[in-house]
Design a protein around this ligand. Sequence first.
Ligand SMILES: NC(=O)C1=CN([C@@H]2O[C@H](COP(=O)(O)OP(=O)(O)OC[C@H]3O[C@@H](n4cnc5c(N)ncnc54)[C@H](OP(=O)(O)O)[C@@H]3O)[C@@H](O)[C@H]2O)C=CC1
Ligand SMILES: O=C(O)CCC(=O)C(=O)O
Length: 415
Amino acid sequence: MTETLNPFEIVQKQIRAACGKLGLEESYYEVLKEPEKVLVVSIPVRMDNGTIKTFIGYRSQHSTAIGPAKGGVRFHPDVTLDEVKALSAWMTFKCAVVGIPYGGGKGGIRCNPKELSKGELERLSRGYFRAISPIIGPEKDIPAPDVYTNAQVMAWFMDEFSEIKGYNTPGVVTGKPVILGGSLGRNEATARGAVFTIREAAGRIGLDLKNATVAIQGYGNAGSIAAKLLHELGCRIVAVNDSQGGAYNPEGMNPLAVLEHKKNNRTVKGYPGSKSISGEELLELDVDILVPAALENVITSYNAAGIKAKIIAEAANGPTTPEADEILYKKGILVIPDILCNAGGVTVSYFEWVQNLMNLYWSEEEVNSRLENIMVKAFNEVYNMHISSNVNMREAAYMVAIKRIAEALKLRGRV
Ligand SMILES: NC(=O)C1=CN([C@@H]2O[C@H](COP(=O)(O)OP(=O)(O)OC[C@H]3O[C@@H](n4cnc5c(N)ncnc54)[C@H](OP(=O)(O)O)[C@@H]3O)[C@@H](O)[C@H]2O)C=CC1
Ligand SMILES: O=C(O)CCC(=O)C(=O)O
């Protein structure tokens, strides 16, 4: 049988396995295997040339067992309903792993934002948020950035919702610009959280981060900031890539200079002093740490055996298939699973929401120190489960998460 690359089938498999390991009765799987609510919307947008183009958008609320749905919105040409459903389920487990009071949600629009003017992007963003607004709100479901969305898009979302309500509603969205109620530290939070988990993982396997070699797939919010933070810890960033190509230099590269090169050339490829490297080659480099920070299904049964990194830190959601997981576990590679590794983003989103509700704002130091406490605690809980139950780190993370969600479901009387 060939492995499935359908992310929703993958997450169902992951839920089924964890429920089994926890010895939960079938009803828990029955409740968790489907999102609670899915909204599909069509968004007609007036394009700059005067024509109307209709885009399809989704919002999936996987679970509200522990709190309101929470999760980003992706603008990408490959967005599908099944992808959004899977991403919303991963949010449920991510929030439970780090113990923040949310369920899971996710949204997406099938579009190529790189082909849209700023005006078209604004009209699309506002149209989408207007269309999903009946199921959104600070107590219902709180969107945030994901692939190809950013603080500007969050500002339009928040403004559109505030217009509908007739009053300023900053708590409806996180990842906003700081002047509009965004939190200090949110922009860096996904990468910072991932780097805290990498530091903990390195400690467990006796890897010195000074001079440790790193390859990073994807050079956007998560990837480029992870590169910068790891470089600050003394790591050598030997390879990076984006959707247009890659750059490799075994001596190491300066992440800020690479980012500047990307700003000027729209890609990391061609960074001075580097050699071009393909996406496949980057994943199989002989490095200490591999950070997938782009899209799903990049480590599969086809390439897992060739992966040489000691630690895989999943800044991206869903980069590894279940079949690849088994291969990596047998090879002794320590995988920091997505629902733990990239949970720093939603954790600081939670801080942003709390600050919006209180109308009281924290310093960046306070945000980062609270983030560190949560990430280190969650890493320890997952690592201990991995050792005590003799399961891989992903199964351990699901077990920690589903135990908490199952308790909430039981106490609410939903199972
Ligand atoms: N932003 C957040 O807060 C969080 C993000 N994540 C996850 O992190 C991952 C990255 O998100 P984020 O950094 O926010 O997104 P961005 O849009 O900021 O960056 C995405 C990056 O991925 C690159 N990319 C796209 N396709 C490929 C490819 N085939 N090969 C290599 N690189 C590719 C893009 O290239 P290019 O620049 O050329 O377009 C871009 O550099 C996603 O899985 C997301 O779900 C997880 C938790 C929170
Ligand atoms: O910040 C958030 O609410 C969610 C970010 C996100 O989409 C994710 O963690 O995958």
